[in-house]
Design a protein around this ligand. Sequence first.
Ligand SMILES: *Cc1c(COP(=O)(O)O)cnc(C)c1O
Ligand code: SF4
Length: 338
Amino acid sequence: MQPEMIPVPAATRQPARWQTLWREAVRDPAELLRRLGLEGLSARVSASAQGAFPLRVPAGYLARMRHGDPHDPLLRQVLPLDLEDRLVPGFTLDAVGDAQAKAGTGVIHKYEGRALLIATGSCAIHCRYCFRRHFPYAEETAAAGGWASALEHLRADPSVREVILSGGDPLSLSTAKLAELTDALRGLPQITRLRIHTRLPIVLPERIDAEFLDWIGALPWPVVMVVHANHAREINEGVRTACAALRERDVHLLNQAVLLRGVNDDVDALVDLSEALFGIGVLPYYLHQLDRVQGAAHFEVPESEGAALHRALHARLPGYLLPRRVREDAGQPGKTLL
Ligand SMILES: *Cc1c(COP(=O)(O)O)cnc(C)c1O
Ligand code: SF4
């Protein structure tokens, strides 16, 4: 055989640029604070919170934080603070009842017609308020074993018409791995929509590369992508470029945000977020009241305050830029509209 005919094993292939950026994320709180000129905050970092759910921030997201600002709304979303060590009554390990709703490996089937796949446990960024920070991912991912168990669940239940890829962040998987799933889904005629819940177009927009765009543009179903930005300053030129490329492939872009103390808990911040999203072709979908997960109590905005903020937002924005304020209640047939 000619040497040039020997196929290159996948393992020795060059990683995609986004994968290199993903791996090079900042993981050391001291380094993060040094880069921001905030060494003084290091006394507030919790070693136990860092141990349980370590810091992870892509350099491109770090670059959007304000140097020297301890109250930066992007920094607050990622820095493991001593406040996380407080045990607050009502804030639990499985705040949304995922453990009960498991329908198979990596499948959470709670709502009519929609099955959510925990595609992977990995994320490019670790958000301190995340409701899945305690979820036992290691044994739970749908992508393990070639998606076999998830596909088995979908085959056995033709009422599922929409497959939702979630996680973790499903776009942490390689495009080849995603294609493995969608190739198999083509054989299931019941599927009419694919939805992807991902924060990567916001925190690491390089993920939306040519290979990914080729894949998503060739899917046989309408595709909805729900991105996750909480603050207008998360949206930069790279995010705009990624969203424009997705829209060119007819991907419907929506945003879900979480109402977070110290991040977006004022009406100007929420107006700016909706306007910035519209500017890149993304419509606001949900504004979540915080899931009451252990370690996240300092992010909570009480529901009465959330309601007042939402009313003020309604008075300032056209209806199509007003996100629905929701809460997730275990055992309910859908998100609770507030
Ligand atoms: C939030 C969620 C969905 C999607 O709900 P929509 O209201 O359709 O956005 C689906 N399945 C699970 C398990 C969910 O938590
Ligand atoms: S699942 Fe989403 S919110 Fe949670 S840590 Fe990952 S990117 Fe952040």
